[in-house]
Structures are given as structure tokens and as C-alpha cells.
Design a protein around this ligand. Structure first.
Ligand code: ADE
Length: 265
């Protein structure tokens, strides 16, 4: 970004502060590929204890500043072996259990008389922006498998999924899972912004093929048989940050290329 002006969230009335390790709390204004942009360096999530209205406040502010297109990047876990770590998934749909069951940023009176009471999300993810993402990847010479398309499943966090929850999210049609983004997408659509979401797969969700029964293990012990004790892998935030760091350059180039292509659209 060129000609950068940074403003601390703490200097902005109504803004929350990001508490997640690796996230700053800075709003950066500047130019990318000559296009005026505003970037959030650090996100706000409900799992930090922020209210939904605080989480989406920056989106509403950006809409009022005249932003028309919003690109959200996030870290996500893959629910499919066909989507390996390091893949950037261009999100085309979502499944958000918290939205369906009462954690929705639009609960309450409409923001203003110009806002719809019932906001459709059937085409929440802009097709022109998704096309722009794949065109940009091609123009950058990224490998064909560097980008995939998929459905984001939103969980509130801050716990990672259990194996059974991972299997559930996959079986209902999720491709990746994460703890962010969806409140912002909803507010952006409420404000009429075009939305693109790019999820970087930082880890595979732990979904063992089968459950190793402890009863069988004890029975084998009693029968004097030796049996391998399976260890259950876990996801860590350090792993998520490390992959994010490795792929930061690719993500940065991709986002810049997409932004550059918007100025010619
Ligand atoms: N972010 C990165 N990996 C995740 C996972 N497995 N679940 C939820 N959010 C994530």
C-alpha cells in the first residue's frame, strides 16, 4: 500500500480493539495499484467478547466512507482432503449456524429506513469479484490448484471443532470452517457492498475416519494383545499463524492484482 495513513482503532469512537495475537488494531488508508483503499489491520470477532454491532461497526463506517467493494481474507480449517493446507479458497456460499440460531448482526431495528428489513443472502458473494480472483491468479502465474472454490462454515469459536463437529460440518456441505468473516459479510450486504472472501487454509480439521473404541482397546489388553494407541492431532493458533505468514506474499499479490483489475473494470 502506498501513501499510507494509519489510524489506531483506539482513536476512533465506536471501534473495538482486536485482542487476537497477530492482529493489530489499525485502520490503514492508502493506495493499492493506484486504487484508494482502506484496510483493517486486525479484525474484531464475537469470540473476543465484542458485541455483534461492534464487530460490524467498521464495515458500516467503510460503507459510509464510500467503499463499494470489500475483500475479506481469513484463516480457515479445511474440511476436505481435496483442499490442502496453503490453498486459497474463493468463497461462493456459507453455512452459518450462529446466524440461523440467533447470533445475527441484523437483529434489532433496521439501521435506517433505507435498509431492508429482510436482507437476501442468495447471492452474497459477488460473481464478478470471484471471476476477478481467478483471473488475477492466472495473471500472476499461480498454479492451478493454488485457488479453489468453496463454502465457508462459520462457527463462533474460540474452541476448534471436535471430530464429530468437523464431520457434521463436512456432511452438511461445508468445505472450510472459520471463526470470522460472516458478521462482516452480512453487514456489508446490508450496506449494499460487493463482497469477495478469500480463505487461506491453515490447517486440516481433525476428522479421523473412524473412532478407535476404548472398549476394544481394553478387551485387547485383557486378551494380552498389543494394540497401537492412536494419538489425536490438535490444531494450534501457532500453526494457523505460521501458514498465514508463509502464504502472506501470495495473498498480498493476489489481493493487489484483484484490486488493480477493479480499477479497469
Ligand atoms: N481457523 C483456522 N482453522 C480453523 C478451524 N479448524 N476451525 C475454526 N477456525 C479456524
Amino acid at each position: 500500500m502506498r501513501e499510507v495513513v494509519e489510524v489506531q482503532y483506539s482513536a476512533l469512537k465506536g471501534f473495538g480493539t482486536s485482542t487476537v495475537p497477530g492482529h493489530k488494531s489499525v485502520l490503514a488508508f492508502g493506495l493499492i495499484e493506484g486504487v484508494p483503499v482502506v484496510a483493517m489491520l486486525g479484525r474484531l470477532h464475537p469470540y473476543e467478547g465484542h458485541s455483534m454491532s461492534t464487530v460490524v461497526y467498521p464495515i458500516r463506517l467503510m460503507a459510509h466512507l464510500g467503499v463499494k467493494d470489500m475483500i475479506i481474507t481469513n484463516a480457515a480449517g479445511s474440511l476436505r482432503p481435496t483442499i490442502p493446507v496453503g490453498t486459497i479458497v474463493v468463497i461462493h456460499d456459507h453455512i452459518a449456524l450462529p446466524l440461523l440460531t440467533g447470533l445475527n448482526p441484523l437483529l434489532g431495528p433496521p439501521t435506517s429506513p433505507d435498509h431492508a428489513r429482510f436482507v437476501p443472502l442468495s447471492s452474497a458473494y459477488s460473481r464478478p469479484l470471484r471471476l476477478a480472483a481467478f483471473r488475477a491468479a492466472h495473471a500472476l502465474g499461480l498454479e492451478k490448484d493454488a485457488l479453489a472454490e468453496g463454502t465457508y462454515t462459520w462457527v463462533s469459536g474460540p474452541t476448534y471443532e471436535t471430530p464429530a463437529e468437523g464431520r457434521f460440518l463436512r456432511s452438511v456441505g461445508g468445505d472450510v470452517v472459520g471463526m470470522s468473516t460472516i458478521p462482516e459479510v452480512v453487514a456489508a450486504r446490508d450496506e449494499g457492498l460487493n463482497v469477495l472472501v478469500l480463505s487461506l487454509v491453515t490447517n486440516l480439521v481433525v476428522i479421523p475416519d473412524s473412532y478407535r473404541s476404548v472398549r476394544e482397546e481394553v478387551e485387547a489388553e485383557i486378551a494380552g494383545l498389543s494394540i497401537a494407541r492412536p494419538s489425536t492431532p490438535t490444531v494450534t493458533h501457532e500453526e494457523v499463524l505460521a501458514v498465514g505468514k508463509q502464504k502472506a506474499e501470495v495473498m498480498k499479490n493476489l489481493v493487489a492484482k484483484i484490486i488493480g483489475s477493479l480499477s479497469n473494470a
